[in-house]
Design a protein around this ligand. Structure first.
Ligand code: IMP
Ligand code: MG
Length: 221
């Protein structure tokens, strides 16, 4: 932990110490590097997926979607805020013309367990009439969010077709029976942060996905 802080001070934080990564840590992989240079990383108990692993999986998902959706009039709709980072990376791996849209919902309301209600937080629905929609979310948990969004878009926006993609899928008995058409990784029933996933709206900017140390989770969560 200490050497990580020293590394940060010397090479990243202070402009005088340039990025002499190879010289300083010749044996560290790029994956370990992205993991160790982010200062929020010290708050993680464990890392489930490193940056390179996420990048590789998103390339694969993009290839699959490109093949499946060739010839579509594609609109990608990110569920905000969590789906924003996934959308930014995934659309650059989809080799088709596409439009981007978003929809804002909340279901956790600040804790580490789904509240059971999905609130839509916007006045205008995405403009996807007659288009082939791909809804993106960071994670599929109870299924309430994705099913509410899919249903609302289907009913109110008149898309030609609708599919879904999530980066993570929890292996649990869902409150609503729904699976995504494309899923990056399966995880157990644990609360994770990073790469768009938040705890109390923070940690979305971590480049990796992991679990938080208990001291960073409030007792009432
Ligand atoms: P669901 O409605 O229970 O399927 O949950 C989906 C939403 O809950 C996602 O869009 C996330 O915002 C949030 N969520 C579910 N699991 C986690 C987690 O482990 N960490 C952070 N957010 C989560
Ligand atoms: Mg979310």
């Amino acid at each position: 932990m200490e050497h990580r802080q020293a590394y940060w001070n010397r090479n990243v934080f202070w402009p005088s110490g340039k990025y002499s990564v190879d010289r300083e840590f010749p044996s560290m992989s790029a994956e370990a590097m992205s993991f160790s240079t982010h200062r929020l990383h010290d708050r993680l108990e464990s890392v489930l997926f490193g940056k390179d692993e996420i990048d590789r999986r998103i390339v694969e998902m993009g290839e699959e979607i490109t093949t499946d959706m060739e010839g579509s009039t594609l609109s990608v709709v990110a569920i905000l805020q969590g789906g924003a980072l996934f959308m930014a990376d995934l659309i650059r791996q989809i080799h088709l013309p596409l439009r981007i849209e978003s929809i804002t919902v909340a279901s956790y309301h600040g804790g580490t367990a789904s509240s059971g209600t999905v609130s839509f937080r916007q006045n205008q629905m995405p403009d996807v009439e007659g288009r082939d929609v791909l809804v993106l979310d960071d994670i599929l948990d109870t299924g309430r969010t994705l099913s509410a969004v899919m249903e609302t878009i289907s009913l109110k926006c008149k898309p030609r077709s609708i599919r879904s993609a999530v980066l993570l899928s929890k292996r649990i008995d869902r409150a609503v029976q729904i699976e995504a058409d494309y899923s990056g990784f399966d995880i157990g029933n644990e609360f994770v942060v990073g790469y768009g996933l938040d705890y109390k709206e923070e940690y979305r900017n971590l480049p990796v996905i992991g679990t938080l140390k208990s001291e960073y989770i409030d007792a009432d969560s």
